[in-house]
Design a protein around this ligand. Structure first.
Ligand code: CP3
Length: 347
């Protein structure tokens, strides 16, 4: 347990919808391949080894904060690590993204999933969090994270990424009891995992439901929302919670029925319209298209201004991209964006 006093509290205040002196900003995938220092480390160690070596995971986490001047750190790890602990056989194939060699196929596989304790099996994540908090010395708060049950289940069932989620939705529709059990097991594990991250020093939590936008609103409401409500209410009060998804335009008003403090939205919707759908009792995070960082400075400034104007200086807007920084993004544009948000939003 680390109890260092956090110096820059703008991000945490914002998550609690308290007024801030400028709009806090951090970026999903702020540590990654767009940085030459990251590529240098990755030329020596594999991605999973990097996640499992607290010194290195902590180093890349802290470097992103120092390089960019963002208002929050996010622990370097991956949403799929718990699936490895569940025996699904995670590896990252060169250029192909994640592969799970023992995917879930049927009810028996769901029943056989081990009831593991993330505090022990994912101890390396908690060690990385403790080390990172020490290194940051309270400079900015650290975000802990996990995958949401639907997004995790999609990898666990498809055995990797997917376009149409055929296997995932087939199991959901054809074996509703198995689906329900899988969701409940993932919720139980994720509550323990995120609690352990908060105990290790994380000041806020983000739950990544990257692929939930593949569902219709009625299927989301029936097959996923009750589990999201259990997950988020199971964590409520421990740390502020951001619930993020992409392609969620049709789902936002349903996602708002969870106890999340803030919803993260992608760029496929105007921020002001999204906030109306979510309701102003919650905060909002987003929502610049990551591809705008491939444009020139003028375009970046124009689009950043639009988002800040749409947020209208209301408390509870955390600036972010609508999804992660892409590997080919020019570093100088990422730095420019952070400076710009700070400068344009200063009160
Ligand atoms: O800086 C941060 O944001 C923290 C680190 C972080 C990573 N993954 C590091 C990573 C976080 C928060 C994640 C979450 C994650 N992982 C998500 C949800 C967010 C999203 O992007 O939608 C998902 C779906 C995953 C699963 C995953 N991990 C995929 C599909 C891939 C391959 C695609 C890719 O970008 O290469 C990964 C690998 C991964 N996770 C990398 C990084 C930096 C690249 C690995 C490398 O160095 O080769």
């Amino acid at each position: 347990m680390v109890s260092t006093q956090i110096k820059n509290t703008e991000f945490i205040k914002c998550l609690k919808k308290q007024p801030t002196s400028y709009t806090p900003v951090w970026l999903m995938r702020q540590a990654g391949r767009y940085q030459s220092e990251y590529r240098e480390i990755r030329s020596k160690v594999g991605f999973l080894e990097l996640c499992k070596t607290p010194e290195l995971a902590s180093e890349v986490t802290v470097r992103a904060v120092e390089q960019l001047g963002v208002d929050a750190a996010i622990i370097f790890a991956d949403i799929l690590l718990p699936l490895e602990s569940m025996g699904l056989g995670l590896r990252f194939a060169q250029g192909d993204g994640p592969v799970l060699d023992n995917p879930i196929v049927n009810v028996a596989d769901v029943e056989a999933l081990p009831d593991f304790d993330p505090k022990d099996d994912l101890a390396y994540v908690m060690l990385a969090i403790e080390k990172t908090c020490k290194e940051l010395d309270g400079k900015v708060p650290l975000i802990g994270f996990a995958g949401a049950p639907f997004t995790l289940a999609s990898y666990a069932i498809e055995g990797g990424g997917s376009r149409n989620y055929e296997k995932t939705k087939s199991l959901m529709y054809r074996e509703p009891a198995a689906w329900d059990l899988l969701m409940r097991k993932l919720v139980k594990m994720t509550i323990k995992y995120l609690q352990a991250q908060v105990d290790a020093g994380a000041s806020a939590i983000q739950i990544f439901d990257s692929w939930v936008g593949a569902l219709s609103p009625r299927d989301y409401a029936h097959y996923v929302l009750p589990h999201m409500q259990d997950l988020i209410s199971g964590l409520k009060g421990r740390a502020p919670i951001i619930y993020f998804g992409t392609m969620t335009n049709g789902l936002l008003s349903l996602m708002a029925k969870t106890d999340a403090d803030v919803l993260g939205v992608d760029w496929r919707i105007d921020l002001d319209y999204a906030w109306d759908l979510i309701g102003h009792d919650k905060g909002i995070q987003g929502n610049l298209d990551p591809l705008v960082l491939f444009a020139g400075k003028e375009e970046i400034e124009k689009q950043t201004r639009v988002i800040l104007d749409q947020a209208a200086g209301r408390p509870g807007h955390v600036f972010n991209l609508g999804h992660g920084v892409l590997p080919a993004t020019p570093v100088e544009n990422v730095k420019y964006l952070v400076e710009l948000v700070h400068e344009l939003s200063k009160k």
